[in-house]
Design a protein around this ligand. Structure first.
Ligand code: SF4
Length: 365
């Protein structure tokens, strides 16, 4: 190619590459807007390989909008357990209910109507409109931003909405009419397989001759990132509270981190407090009961997106009081073998595994 290629030529190069290198993924072998929307929700912030087994299982359990809308949120969270970012599952469930109640089980075909629905932002709306309904909308996620910022040599921090808007406008101008779905998916594939965050494979890239970042050898510097802030670290105490062979579990409030998931009661250690004192206080505040703290059962380290925790789980013995929903949505006494029926956050799974390896531990409380 001689001279600077036009946006149209760049699109053609990408589509030609996509025809040869397209990844064969289950959500690409269907035209069902429901199945494609489930995939888009799961793929947000999550790698394809992680999503694949969840996707197949989820569609087996909930094959239609109606089946998802009719399911309990507990069942949906259980199917999502381990995939993380649980707000996506709550929003998808709420979306199914709205699609059935408001749109007779069919996703609306307009941008404004989609953006008014739960869990659907500009990226997901663009993906649905272009892939399911063949409309000419861009779908710019983190991968696409990275690729386009390199292609056009955009040396600006992409966090401010102004810079992101500029990239979205470029993507919109590049869309080949009638082929936006293929273009958007091609951009996703290029970002996932060639123009990766580290060590992009520029020699295999269809844009290698046109790419500004490659010309200046600044591929890995783009997109510019904000310097990392120090990640806070919290110490959490949790209680496996025993009473007559049953264990008390509590359901988190519906909104916020890990909303509606079940957990072993407890909370964050305050300055000057021992872990045992913290646990007694948290359980009293959350459930209104008194406990006696026994042996340490497990110590678990876990990293969330913006903070890290060390979770100390103790065997505890119930002492007095009737549990109440003071800081939780619900509570239950369950047998150790019933714990698998509830959706727990990842950090609680190590506690469950330790318990299941040595279930007769109530004497340690
Ligand atoms: S040439 Fe390299 S940096 Fe540029 S878009 Fe292709 S893979 Fe990314």
């Amino acid at each position: 190619m001689t001279g600077k290629p036009s946006l149209h030529q760049l699109s053609r190069l990408l589509l030609a590459w996509y025809r040869e290198n397209r990844r064969d993924l289950p959500w690409r072998n269907t035209r069902d807007p429901y199945a494609i929307t489930v995939a888009e929700f799961m793929l947000h912030q999550t790698r394809v390989q992680t999503v694949l087994p969840y996707y197949q299982r989820f569609l087996g359990l909930f094959p239609t909008w109606a089946s998802l809308a009719e399911a309990s949120l507990d069942k949906v969270l259980k199917a999502w357990e381990g995939l993380g970012y649980y707000a996506r599952a709550r929003h998808l469930h709420e979306l199914a209910r709205r699609v059935c109640a408001q749109y007779n089980g069919q996703l609306p075909h307009s941008l404004d109507a989609l953006l008014a629905l739960p869990g659907i932002g500009p990226y997901t709306a663009g993906a649905i409109l272009s892939i399911c309904f063949s409309q000419d909308y861009p779908a710019v996620d983190g991968n696409a931003k990275r690729v386009l910022s390199r292609l056009f040599g955009i040396e600006a921090d992409l966090s401010p909405s102004k810079a992101t808007k500029h990239i979205q406008e470029l993507a919109a101008q590049m869309l080949p009419p009638g082929q936006a779905g293929a273009f958007n998916q091609a951009l996703m594939d290029l970002g996932a397989t060639i123009c990766t965050a580290r060590q992009p494979a520029c020699a295999q890239c269809p844009w290698t001759e046109a790419c500004q970042a490659r010309r200046l050898n600044i591929q890995e510097k783009l997109p510019l990132r904000q310097p990392r802030k120090t990640i806070p670290h919290d110490e959490i105490a949790a209680g496996v509270i025993w009473r007559d062979g049953f264990i008390l579990i509590a359901q988190r409030p519906p909104h916020g981190l890990l909303g509606n998931l079940w957990e072993f009661p407890g909370g964050k250690r305050e300055p000057g407090e021992s872990l045992e004192e913290c646990l007694v206080r948290e359980v009293r505040e959350e459930l209104g009961i008194a406990i006696r703290v026994g042996q340490l059962l497990a110590k678990v380290r876990h990293a969330y997106t913006h903070f890290r925790i060390t979770l100390y789980a103790y065997h505890c013995q119930y002492v007095s009081g009737e549990p109440q929903n003071l800081g939780c949505t619900a509570w239950k006494w369950v047998k150790p073998e019933e714990l698998g029926e509830y959706a727990f956050p990842a950090a609680n799974h190590a506690i469950i595994q330790t318990l299941q390896a040595a279930p007769q531990q109530q004497d340690k409380a």
